[in-house]
Ligand binder design. Structure first.
Ligand SMILES: Nc1ncnc2c1ncn2[C@@H]1O[C@H](COP(=O)(O)OP(=O)(O)OP(=O)(O)O)[C@@H](O)[C@H]1O
Ligand SMILES: [Mg+2]
Length: 413
Protein backbone atom coordinates (compact mmCIF):
# COMPACT_ATOMS: atom_id res chain seq x y z
CA UNK A 1 0.00 0.00 0.00
CA UNK A 2 1.39 3.49 -0.78
CA UNK A 3 0.72 4.95 2.66
CA UNK A 4 2.20 2.06 4.76
CA UNK A 5 5.58 3.44 5.81
CA UNK A 6 7.72 3.67 2.68
CA UNK A 7 6.95 7.30 1.75
CA UNK A 8 10.29 7.77 -0.06
CA UNK A 9 9.16 5.13 -2.59
CA UNK A 10 5.63 6.39 -3.17
CA UNK A 11 6.75 9.29 -5.41
CA UNK A 12 8.82 6.87 -7.43
CA UNK A 13 5.90 4.49 -7.66
CA UNK A 14 3.64 7.24 -8.79
CA UNK A 15 6.12 8.24 -11.42
CA UNK A 16 6.39 4.67 -12.61
CA UNK A 17 2.63 4.28 -12.58
CA UNK A 18 2.28 7.56 -14.42
CA UNK A 19 4.80 6.52 -17.01
CA UNK A 20 3.08 3.15 -17.36
CA UNK A 21 -0.27 4.90 -17.72
CA UNK A 22 1.13 7.12 -20.40
CA UNK A 23 2.67 4.30 -22.36
CA UNK A 24 -0.60 2.32 -22.03
CA UNK A 25 -2.52 5.31 -23.29
CA UNK A 26 -0.01 5.66 -26.09
CA UNK A 27 -0.29 1.99 -26.94
CA UNK A 28 -4.06 2.17 -26.87
CA UNK A 29 -4.09 5.25 -29.08
CA UNK A 30 -1.80 3.53 -31.56
CA UNK A 31 -3.95 0.41 -31.49
CA UNK A 32 -7.07 2.50 -32.01
CA UNK A 33 -5.46 4.36 -34.86
CA UNK A 34 -4.40 1.12 -36.49
CA UNK A 35 -7.90 -0.28 -36.09
CA UNK A 36 -9.42 2.90 -37.51
CA UNK A 37 -7.12 2.68 -40.49
CA UNK A 38 -8.00 -0.95 -40.95
CA UNK A 39 -11.69 -0.15 -40.68
CA UNK A 40 -11.27 2.67 -43.13
CA UNK A 41 -9.52 0.35 -45.57
CA UNK A 42 -12.23 -2.28 -45.12
CA UNK A 43 -14.85 0.39 -45.60
CA UNK A 44 -13.15 1.64 -48.77
CA UNK A 45 -12.98 -1.92 -50.04
CA UNK A 46 -16.66 -2.43 -49.24
CA UNK A 47 -17.55 0.77 -51.04
CA UNK A 48 -15.50 -0.33 -54.04
CA UNK A 49 -17.22 -3.72 -54.07
CA UNK A 50 -20.59 -2.13 -53.66
CA UNK A 51 -19.90 0.18 -56.59
CA UNK A 52 -18.77 -2.81 -58.64
CA UNK A 53 -21.96 -4.67 -57.67
CA UNK A 54 -24.14 -1.70 -58.56
CA UNK A 55 -22.30 -1.44 -61.89
CA UNK A 56 -22.69 -5.18 -62.50
CA UNK A 57 -26.35 -5.02 -61.60
CA UNK A 58 -26.97 -2.12 -63.90
CA UNK A 59 -24.91 -3.87 -66.63
CA UNK A 60 -27.10 -6.97 -66.28
CA UNK A 61 -30.23 -4.83 -66.36
CA UNK A 62 -29.02 -2.84 -69.38
CA UNK A 63 -27.95 -6.04 -71.10
CA UNK A 64 -31.37 -7.62 -70.59
CA UNK A 65 -33.06 -4.44 -71.76
CA UNK A 66 -30.77 -3.97 -74.76
CA UNK A 67 -31.08 -7.63 -75.77
CA UNK A 68 -34.79 -6.87 -76.21
CA UNK A 69 -35.72 -10.47 -75.56
CA UNK A 70 -39.00 -11.04 -73.79
CA UNK A 71 -37.82 -13.00 -70.77
CA UNK A 72 -39.81 -14.17 -67.79
CA UNK A 73 -38.21 -15.51 -64.66
CA UNK A 74 -40.36 -17.79 -62.48
CA UNK A 75 -39.63 -19.01 -58.97
CA UNK A 76 -39.89 -22.67 -58.01
CA UNK A 77 -43.62 -22.20 -57.25
CA UNK A 78 -44.00 -20.89 -60.82
CA UNK A 79 -44.71 -17.37 -59.66
CA UNK A 80 -43.30 -14.36 -61.48
CA UNK A 81 -39.96 -13.43 -59.93
CA UNK A 82 -38.78 -10.96 -62.55
CA UNK A 83 -39.23 -9.98 -66.19
CA UNK A 84 -37.65 -7.86 -68.91
CA UNK A 85 -39.34 -4.73 -70.31
CA UNK A 86 -40.12 -6.59 -73.54
CA UNK A 87 -42.18 -9.16 -71.73
CA UNK A 88 -43.90 -6.39 -69.80
CA UNK A 89 -45.02 -4.88 -73.09
CA UNK A 90 -46.12 -8.27 -74.40
CA UNK A 91 -48.29 -9.29 -71.46
CA UNK A 92 -49.11 -5.82 -70.06
CA UNK A 93 -47.14 -6.63 -66.92
CA UNK A 94 -46.43 -4.12 -64.14
CA UNK A 95 -44.16 -4.33 -61.08
CA UNK A 96 -47.13 -5.32 -58.91
CA UNK A 97 -47.50 -8.51 -60.96
CA UNK A 98 -44.34 -9.92 -59.41
CA UNK A 99 -45.41 -12.79 -57.19
CA UNK A 100 -48.46 -13.66 -59.31
CA UNK A 101 -48.86 -17.08 -60.85
CA UNK A 102 -47.76 -17.51 -64.48
CA UNK A 103 -51.20 -18.92 -65.33
CA UNK A 104 -52.77 -15.53 -64.54
CA UNK A 105 -50.89 -13.63 -67.21
CA UNK A 106 -50.49 -15.96 -70.17
CA UNK A 107 -54.13 -16.41 -71.16
CA UNK A 108 -53.46 -14.46 -74.38
CA UNK A 109 -51.19 -17.26 -75.59
CA UNK A 110 -52.74 -20.03 -77.67
CA UNK A 111 -51.87 -23.72 -77.35
CA UNK A 112 -49.75 -22.94 -74.30
CA UNK A 113 -49.87 -24.84 -71.05
CA UNK A 114 -47.46 -22.77 -68.92
CA UNK A 115 -47.95 -24.77 -65.71
CA UNK A 116 -47.48 -28.12 -67.47
CA UNK A 117 -44.35 -26.97 -69.28
CA UNK A 118 -42.76 -25.18 -66.34
CA UNK A 119 -43.50 -28.11 -64.02
CA UNK A 120 -41.90 -30.52 -66.50
CA UNK A 121 -38.81 -28.30 -66.75
CA UNK A 122 -38.55 -28.10 -62.95
CA UNK A 123 -38.84 -31.87 -62.66
CA UNK A 124 -36.61 -32.97 -65.53
CA UNK A 125 -34.19 -30.04 -65.65
CA UNK A 126 -34.43 -30.22 -69.44
CA UNK A 127 -34.96 -27.36 -71.89
CA UNK A 128 -38.34 -27.41 -73.63
CA UNK A 129 -39.34 -25.48 -76.75
CA UNK A 130 -42.83 -24.87 -78.09
CA UNK A 131 -44.41 -22.68 -80.69
CA UNK A 132 -47.18 -20.58 -79.23
CA UNK A 133 -49.53 -18.12 -80.91
CA UNK A 134 -50.73 -14.79 -79.58
CA UNK A 135 -54.48 -14.37 -79.51
CA UNK A 136 -55.78 -11.89 -82.07
CA UNK A 137 -52.31 -10.67 -83.07
CA UNK A 138 -51.41 -13.43 -85.54
CA UNK A 139 -47.96 -13.51 -83.93
CA UNK A 140 -46.19 -16.80 -83.37
CA UNK A 141 -43.50 -17.16 -80.71
CA UNK A 142 -40.92 -19.82 -80.16
CA UNK A 143 -41.08 -20.19 -76.40
CA UNK A 144 -38.13 -21.82 -74.66
CA UNK A 145 -38.34 -22.91 -71.05
CA UNK A 146 -35.02 -23.43 -69.30
CA UNK A 147 -34.30 -24.43 -65.72
CA UNK A 148 -32.81 -21.64 -63.62
CA UNK A 149 -29.84 -23.06 -61.79
CA UNK A 150 -28.25 -21.71 -58.64
CA UNK A 151 -24.44 -21.53 -58.28
CA UNK A 152 -24.69 -24.90 -56.49
CA UNK A 153 -26.42 -26.41 -59.49
CA UNK A 154 -29.91 -26.78 -57.97
CA UNK A 155 -32.98 -25.95 -60.07
CA UNK A 156 -34.60 -22.97 -58.42
CA UNK A 157 -37.06 -21.73 -61.01
CA UNK A 158 -37.70 -21.52 -64.72
CA UNK A 159 -36.66 -18.94 -67.31
CA UNK A 160 -39.03 -18.48 -70.24
CA UNK A 161 -37.92 -16.66 -73.38
CA UNK A 162 -40.16 -15.74 -76.29
CA UNK A 163 -38.79 -15.17 -79.79
CA UNK A 164 -41.09 -13.86 -82.49
CA UNK A 165 -40.92 -16.42 -85.32
CA UNK A 166 -43.96 -15.19 -87.25
CA UNK A 167 -41.96 -14.36 -90.35
CA UNK A 168 -40.08 -17.66 -90.33
CA UNK A 169 -43.39 -19.48 -89.86
CA UNK A 170 -44.90 -17.59 -92.77
CA UNK A 171 -41.92 -18.47 -94.98
CA UNK A 172 -42.20 -22.11 -93.89
CA UNK A 173 -45.92 -22.18 -94.68
CA UNK A 174 -45.14 -20.69 -98.08
CA UNK A 175 -42.55 -23.39 -98.78
CA UNK A 176 -45.02 -26.07 -97.71
CA UNK A 177 -47.57 -24.55 -100.01
CA UNK A 178 -45.11 -24.30 -102.88
CA UNK A 179 -44.26 -27.97 -102.30
CA UNK A 180 -47.92 -28.84 -102.62
CA UNK A 181 -48.29 -26.89 -105.82
CA UNK A 182 -45.24 -28.64 -107.25
CA UNK A 183 -46.77 -32.01 -106.40
CA UNK A 184 -50.10 -30.91 -107.87
CA UNK A 185 -48.36 -29.67 -111.02
CA UNK A 186 -46.64 -33.00 -111.37
CA UNK A 187 -49.97 -34.74 -111.18
CA UNK A 188 -51.84 -32.36 -113.44
CA UNK A 189 -51.71 -34.74 -116.41
CA UNK A 190 -52.95 -37.62 -114.33
CA UNK A 191 -55.69 -35.46 -112.88
CA UNK A 192 -56.78 -34.32 -116.33
CA UNK A 193 -57.14 -37.97 -117.29
CA UNK A 194 -59.02 -38.70 -114.09
CA UNK A 195 -61.47 -35.89 -114.91
CA UNK A 196 -61.70 -36.77 -118.57
CA UNK A 197 -63.00 -40.24 -117.89
CA UNK A 198 -66.24 -39.26 -116.12
CA UNK A 199 -66.73 -36.33 -118.48
CA UNK A 200 -66.48 -38.68 -121.49
CA UNK A 201 -68.90 -41.08 -119.86
CA UNK A 202 -71.35 -38.21 -119.28
CA UNK A 203 -70.97 -37.01 -122.86
CA UNK A 204 -71.59 -40.49 -124.27
CA UNK A 205 -74.56 -41.03 -121.98
CA UNK A 206 -76.19 -37.75 -122.98
CA UNK A 207 -75.46 -38.31 -126.71
CA UNK A 208 -77.06 -41.74 -126.47
CA UNK A 209 -80.19 -40.46 -124.74
CA UNK A 210 -80.52 -37.53 -127.16
CA UNK A 211 -80.15 -39.75 -130.26
CA UNK A 212 -82.70 -42.24 -128.99
CA UNK A 213 -85.13 -39.52 -127.91
CA UNK A 214 -84.84 -38.03 -131.41
CA UNK A 215 -85.57 -41.43 -132.95
CA UNK A 216 -88.47 -41.78 -130.56
CA UNK A 217 -87.32 -45.14 -129.16
CA UNK A 218 -86.47 -44.03 -125.62
CA UNK A 219 -88.94 -45.47 -123.15
CA UNK A 220 -89.06 -43.51 -119.86
CA UNK A 221 -87.90 -46.62 -117.97
CA UNK A 222 -84.64 -46.62 -119.93
CA UNK A 223 -83.89 -42.96 -119.24
CA UNK A 224 -83.77 -43.29 -115.46
CA UNK A 225 -80.82 -45.75 -115.09
CA UNK A 226 -78.84 -43.72 -117.66
CA UNK A 227 -79.44 -40.50 -115.74
CA UNK A 228 -78.35 -42.25 -112.54
CA UNK A 229 -75.10 -43.29 -114.26
CA UNK A 230 -74.57 -39.74 -115.47
CA UNK A 231 -75.12 -38.41 -111.97
CA UNK A 232 -72.64 -40.95 -110.64
CA UNK A 233 -70.02 -39.69 -113.08
CA UNK A 234 -70.70 -36.06 -112.18
CA UNK A 235 -70.14 -37.00 -108.52
CA UNK A 236 -66.88 -38.69 -109.43
CA UNK A 237 -65.62 -35.61 -111.29
CA UNK A 238 -66.76 -33.41 -108.44
CA UNK A 239 -64.80 -35.51 -105.99
CA UNK A 240 -61.60 -35.20 -108.00
CA UNK A 241 -62.00 -31.42 -108.23
CA UNK A 242 -62.84 -30.92 -104.58
CA UNK A 243 -59.99 -33.13 -103.55
CA UNK A 244 -57.52 -31.16 -105.64
CA UNK A 245 -58.90 -27.96 -104.17
CA UNK A 246 -58.61 -29.26 -100.61
CA UNK A 247 -55.10 -30.46 -101.22
CA UNK A 248 -53.96 -27.20 -102.85
CA UNK A 249 -55.53 -25.03 -100.17
CA UNK A 250 -53.28 -23.26 -97.70
CA UNK A 251 -53.36 -24.77 -94.27
CA UNK A 252 -54.61 -22.12 -91.92
CA UNK A 253 -56.63 -24.04 -89.39
CA UNK A 254 -55.23 -25.21 -86.08
CA UNK A 255 -53.85 -28.77 -85.96
CA UNK A 256 -56.54 -31.38 -85.33
CA UNK A 257 -56.88 -35.11 -84.63
CA UNK A 258 -57.30 -37.31 -87.66
CA UNK A 259 -56.91 -40.87 -88.90
CA UNK A 260 -53.56 -41.28 -90.67
CA UNK A 261 -54.97 -44.16 -92.74
CA UNK A 262 -57.34 -41.73 -94.42
CA UNK A 263 -54.41 -39.54 -95.47
CA UNK A 264 -52.65 -42.63 -96.84
CA UNK A 265 -55.71 -43.74 -98.81
CA UNK A 266 -56.39 -40.23 -100.16
CA UNK A 267 -52.76 -39.84 -101.25
CA UNK A 268 -52.97 -43.19 -103.06
CA UNK A 269 -56.16 -42.07 -104.81
CA UNK A 270 -54.51 -38.81 -105.85
CA UNK A 271 -51.44 -40.60 -107.20
CA UNK A 272 -53.45 -43.48 -108.67
CA UNK A 273 -53.22 -42.33 -112.25
CA UNK A 274 -49.49 -41.60 -112.03
CA UNK A 275 -48.83 -45.00 -110.51
CA UNK A 276 -51.05 -46.96 -112.89
CA UNK A 277 -49.50 -45.40 -115.96
CA UNK A 278 -46.05 -46.30 -114.58
CA UNK A 279 -47.35 -49.84 -113.97
CA UNK A 280 -46.80 -49.63 -110.25
CA UNK A 281 -49.20 -51.37 -107.90
CA UNK A 282 -49.84 -50.14 -104.36
CA UNK A 283 -50.86 -52.30 -101.47
CA UNK A 284 -51.99 -50.85 -98.15
CA UNK A 285 -51.69 -53.07 -95.07
CA UNK A 286 -53.14 -51.95 -91.76
CA UNK A 287 -52.34 -53.73 -88.50
CA UNK A 288 -53.09 -53.10 -84.84
CA UNK A 289 -55.12 -50.38 -83.21
CA UNK A 290 -55.03 -47.09 -85.01
CA UNK A 291 -54.78 -44.13 -82.65
CA UNK A 292 -55.61 -40.72 -84.10
CA UNK A 293 -52.65 -38.45 -84.79
CA UNK A 294 -52.46 -34.67 -84.52
CA UNK A 295 -51.67 -32.25 -87.34
CA UNK A 296 -53.15 -31.42 -90.72
CA UNK A 297 -54.48 -34.33 -92.73
CA UNK A 298 -53.73 -32.63 -96.05
CA UNK A 299 -50.08 -32.18 -95.02
CA UNK A 300 -49.63 -35.85 -94.15
CA UNK A 301 -51.28 -36.59 -97.47
CA UNK A 302 -48.66 -34.37 -99.10
CA UNK A 303 -45.90 -36.37 -97.38
CA UNK A 304 -47.38 -39.67 -98.59
CA UNK A 305 -47.73 -38.27 -102.08
CA UNK A 306 -44.06 -37.19 -102.12
CA UNK A 307 -43.04 -40.67 -101.00
CA UNK A 308 -45.28 -42.39 -103.57
CA UNK A 309 -43.95 -40.25 -106.43
CA UNK A 310 -40.37 -40.85 -105.28
CA UNK A 311 -41.10 -44.60 -105.21
CA UNK A 312 -42.49 -44.45 -108.73
CA UNK A 313 -39.38 -42.58 -109.95
CA UNK A 314 -37.08 -45.11 -108.25
CA UNK A 315 -38.95 -48.00 -109.90
CA UNK A 316 -38.82 -46.33 -113.33
CA UNK A 317 -35.05 -45.79 -112.91
CA UNK A 318 -34.49 -49.43 -112.00
CA UNK A 319 -36.56 -50.48 -115.02
CA UNK A 320 -34.09 -48.70 -117.29
CA UNK A 321 -31.59 -51.44 -116.42
CA UNK A 322 -34.12 -54.18 -115.69
CA UNK A 323 -36.87 -53.83 -118.29
CA UNK A 324 -40.14 -55.54 -117.40
CA UNK A 325 -39.57 -55.25 -113.64
CA UNK A 326 -42.98 -55.34 -111.92
CA UNK A 327 -43.33 -52.17 -109.85
CA UNK A 328 -44.51 -52.66 -106.28
CA UNK A 329 -45.16 -50.26 -103.43
CA UNK A 330 -46.29 -51.44 -100.04
CA UNK A 331 -47.62 -49.06 -97.40
CA UNK A 332 -48.00 -50.50 -93.91
CA UNK A 333 -49.59 -48.88 -90.89
CA UNK A 334 -48.84 -50.38 -87.52
CA UNK A 335 -50.61 -48.82 -84.58
CA UNK A 336 -50.16 -49.04 -80.84
CA UNK A 337 -51.46 -46.93 -77.98
CA UNK A 338 -48.26 -44.86 -78.13
CA UNK A 339 -48.54 -44.04 -81.77
CA UNK A 340 -48.26 -45.16 -85.31
CA UNK A 341 -45.48 -46.50 -87.49
CA UNK A 342 -46.01 -45.94 -91.17
CA UNK A 343 -43.71 -47.59 -93.70
CA UNK A 344 -43.58 -47.05 -97.44
CA UNK A 345 -41.52 -49.66 -99.19
CA UNK A 346 -40.75 -49.89 -102.90
CA UNK A 347 -38.76 -52.17 -105.14
CA UNK A 348 -37.03 -49.34 -106.98
CA UNK A 349 -33.33 -48.69 -107.43
CA UNK A 350 -32.82 -47.91 -103.71
CA UNK A 351 -30.78 -45.16 -102.09
CA UNK A 352 -26.99 -45.70 -102.30
CA UNK A 353 -25.58 -45.83 -98.71
CA UNK A 354 -23.29 -42.87 -99.37
CA UNK A 355 -26.31 -40.68 -100.19
CA UNK A 356 -28.54 -41.87 -97.35
CA UNK A 357 -27.41 -39.06 -95.07
CA UNK A 358 -28.19 -36.37 -97.61
CA UNK A 359 -31.59 -37.17 -99.08
CA UNK A 360 -33.50 -35.15 -96.45
CA UNK A 361 -31.47 -32.01 -97.24
CA UNK A 362 -33.34 -29.24 -99.04
CA UNK A 363 -32.52 -29.13 -102.78
CA UNK A 364 -30.70 -32.44 -102.75
CA UNK A 365 -31.75 -34.38 -105.82
CA UNK A 366 -30.26 -37.01 -108.08
CA UNK A 367 -32.91 -36.37 -110.71
CA UNK A 368 -32.19 -34.54 -113.90
CA UNK A 369 -32.56 -30.76 -114.07
CA UNK A 370 -36.18 -29.76 -114.41
CA UNK A 371 -37.43 -33.05 -113.01
CA UNK A 372 -36.72 -32.93 -109.30
CA UNK A 373 -36.48 -29.88 -107.07
CA UNK A 374 -35.00 -31.88 -104.20
CA UNK A 375 -37.56 -30.37 -101.83
CA UNK A 376 -39.96 -33.30 -101.45
CA UNK A 377 -38.20 -35.10 -98.59
CA UNK A 378 -37.02 -31.99 -96.76
CA UNK A 379 -40.56 -30.57 -96.70
CA UNK A 380 -41.89 -33.98 -95.69
CA UNK A 381 -39.40 -34.22 -92.82
CA UNK A 382 -40.46 -30.86 -91.49
CA UNK A 383 -44.16 -31.68 -91.72
CA UNK A 384 -43.58 -34.87 -89.77
CA UNK A 385 -41.46 -33.05 -87.16
CA UNK A 386 -44.25 -30.51 -86.72
CA UNK A 387 -46.53 -33.45 -85.93
CA UNK A 388 -44.06 -34.48 -83.21
CA UNK A 389 -42.85 -37.42 -85.29
CA UNK A 390 -39.81 -38.53 -87.26
CA UNK A 391 -39.11 -39.76 -90.76
CA UNK A 392 -36.16 -41.98 -91.54
CA UNK A 393 -34.77 -44.30 -94.15
CA UNK A 394 -34.64 -47.93 -93.07
CA UNK A 395 -32.06 -50.34 -94.37
CA UNK A 396 -33.62 -53.01 -96.60
CA UNK A 397 -32.24 -55.61 -98.96
CA UNK A 398 -34.18 -54.45 -102.01
CA UNK A 399 -35.48 -51.00 -102.99
CA UNK A 400 -35.99 -48.54 -100.20
CA UNK A 401 -38.15 -48.19 -97.12
CA UNK A 402 -39.18 -44.88 -95.59
CA UNK A 403 -40.41 -45.07 -92.02
CA UNK A 404 -42.56 -42.45 -90.30
CA UNK A 405 -43.12 -42.56 -86.54
CA UNK A 406 -46.04 -40.50 -85.31
CA UNK A 407 -47.07 -40.06 -81.69
CA UNK A 408 -50.71 -40.72 -80.81
CA UNK A 409 -52.72 -37.54 -80.36
CA UNK A 410 -53.80 -36.81 -76.84
CA UNK A 411 -57.55 -36.79 -77.19
CA UNK A 412 -59.23 -34.70 -74.50
CA UNK A 413 -61.34 -36.97 -72.27
N1 LIG B 1 -37.90 -44.20 -102.89
C1 LIG B 1 -36.69 -43.79 -103.24
N2 LIG B 1 -35.81 -44.63 -103.81
C2 LIG B 1 -34.57 -44.22 -104.16
N3 LIG B 1 -34.13 -42.95 -103.99
C3 LIG B 1 -34.95 -42.07 -103.43
C4 LIG B 1 -36.27 -42.43 -103.03
N4 LIG B 1 -36.85 -41.32 -102.49
C5 LIG B 1 -35.94 -40.33 -102.57
N5 LIG B 1 -34.80 -40.75 -103.14
C6 LIG B 1 -33.59 -39.95 -103.36
O1 LIG B 1 -33.65 -38.78 -102.57
C7 LIG B 1 -33.54 -37.62 -103.39
C8 LIG B 1 -34.33 -36.50 -102.78
O2 LIG B 1 -35.71 -36.78 -102.80
P1 LIG B 1 -36.75 -35.59 -102.74
O3 LIG B 1 -38.09 -36.15 -102.77
O4 LIG B 1 -36.37 -34.70 -101.61
O5 LIG B 1 -36.44 -34.76 -104.04
P2 LIG B 1 -36.70 -35.19 -105.55
O6 LIG B 1 -37.67 -36.33 -105.61
O7 LIG B 1 -35.39 -35.38 -106.21
O8 LIG B 1 -37.37 -33.88 -106.10
P3 LIG B 1 -38.88 -33.40 -105.82
O9 LIG B 1 -39.45 -34.28 -104.76
O10 LIG B 1 -38.73 -32.01 -105.36
O11 LIG B 1 -39.55 -33.53 -107.12
C9 LIG B 1 -34.02 -38.07 -104.75
O12 LIG B 1 -33.50 -37.26 -105.78
C10 LIG B 1 -33.48 -39.51 -104.80
O13 LIG B 1 -32.13 -39.52 -105.14
MG1 LIG C 1 -39.49 -36.25 -104.46
Amino acid sequence: MSGSGKPENSGQNLAVAGAAGLSLEHALTEELQASTEELQAANDELLRRNEALVRLNSDIRNLLESAAIPMLFLDSDLRIRNFTPDIAALFNLIEADKGRSIADITHRLLSFDPIGIATAVMQTGEVMAHEVGMQGAGTVFLMRARPYRTAEGATDGVVLTFVDVSEAKLARDQINHAGKLIALGEMATGMAHELNQPLNAIKLGIANITARLRRGDMPADDILPRLVRIEHNVTRANKVISHMRDFGRRVEEAPACFDAAEAVRDACTLAQQELTSAEVTVEIIEAGARPPVRGHQSLLEQVMLNLLLNARDAILSRREVEPGLPGRVQVTLEGSTAGLVLRLRDNGQGVPPELAGRIFEAFFTTKEIGKGTGLGLSISARIIEEMGGRISLEAVAEGSCFRIDLPAAEVPA
